[in-house]
Write a protein that binds this ligand. Structure first.
Ligand code: PLP
Length: 239
């Protein structure tokens, strides 16, 4: 790493720090670090950062807006055909589902049957298989606008995905509720994941934990973390 690539060096340092946090948290909860996958959330940051991260060994990235993610994924794939896998982690309108299905490998934010149907149609049209996580609202409906199905809706939603040909039910995703401690919420998520897995043995993913609460998520059994700020830096304020 040279001075010619200041952003690459910067990302290398912050990525290393996050990897050290993950390793320490795994030690604390006696978990195997190879069972915890880091998805780097690159929203608001350019394709060049994704390419730098790929160079540093990152193989899964997350995005939350279709109009940004589509072109970015295309740009990265053009430069690096065997580049990272793309996770869509944002609230998704049904009219954007076909677009997302054309480039995403995983959609983590599936929270209603209409969206399941729209993604299935889009994936069929694109001839691609999509991994799907069901997003759970851990705030009992109090977190307006962050998306997620209520816990009691998960069995029906899981059955809907399981009935699809192009969608593969891979597990659950959640964001810790605002203004409440993350740990008990992530414990509820783990219990829900356990129940879902009894019905759907391949649905093993628990996506939880961001820059501020990844240690809590690891302690509660998260298999996937979604980390943005701690690696890429602060995002510009929402437009
Ligand atoms: C932006 C985002 C993240 C990353 O959050 P940071 O606090 O920047 O690590 C994780 N999950 C979702 C759903 C997001 O929208």
């Amino acid at each position: 790493m040279t001075d010619h690539e200041p952003r690459l060096s910067e990302l290398a340092v912050s990525l290393r720090r996050v990897q050290e946090r993950i390793a320490a948290a795994c030690t604390d909860s006696q978990r195997d670090p190879s069972q915890v996958k880091l998805v780097v959330v690159t929203k608001f940051f350019p394709a060049s950062d994704v390419l730098h991260l790929a160079q540093l060994g990152v193989d899964e990235v997350g995005e939350n807006r279709d109009q940004e993610a589509g072109p970015k994924a295309a740009q990265v794939r053009a430069a690096l055909p065997k580049g990272p896998r793309w996770h869509f982690i944002g609230q998704l309108q049904t009219n954007k589902a076909a677009s997302v299905a054309s480039y995403a490998d995983v959609v983590q934010s599936v929270d209603r049957v209409r969206l399941v149907n729209a993604l299935e149609k889009g994936a069929a049209k694109a001839g691609r298989e999509l991994e799907v996580l069901l997003q759970v609202d851990l705030g009992q409906g109090a977190d307006q606008g962050r998306g997620g199905a209520l816990p009691q809706e998960i069995p029906q939603l899981g059955a809907a995905v399981a009935d699809c040909e192009y969608l593969k039910l891979a597990g659950l995703m959640a964001v810790a509720p605002l203004g409440a401690p993350a740990r008990p919420a992530f414990e509820r998520l783990a219990a829900l994941a356990h129940t879902l897995q009894a019905e759907h043995p391949d649905a093993r993913v628990i996506s939880a934990g961001m820059s501020g609460d990844l240690e809590d998520a690891i302690a509660c059994g998260a298999t996937h973390l979604r980390v943005g700020t701690a690696i890429l830096g602060a995002r510009p304020p929402l437009r």
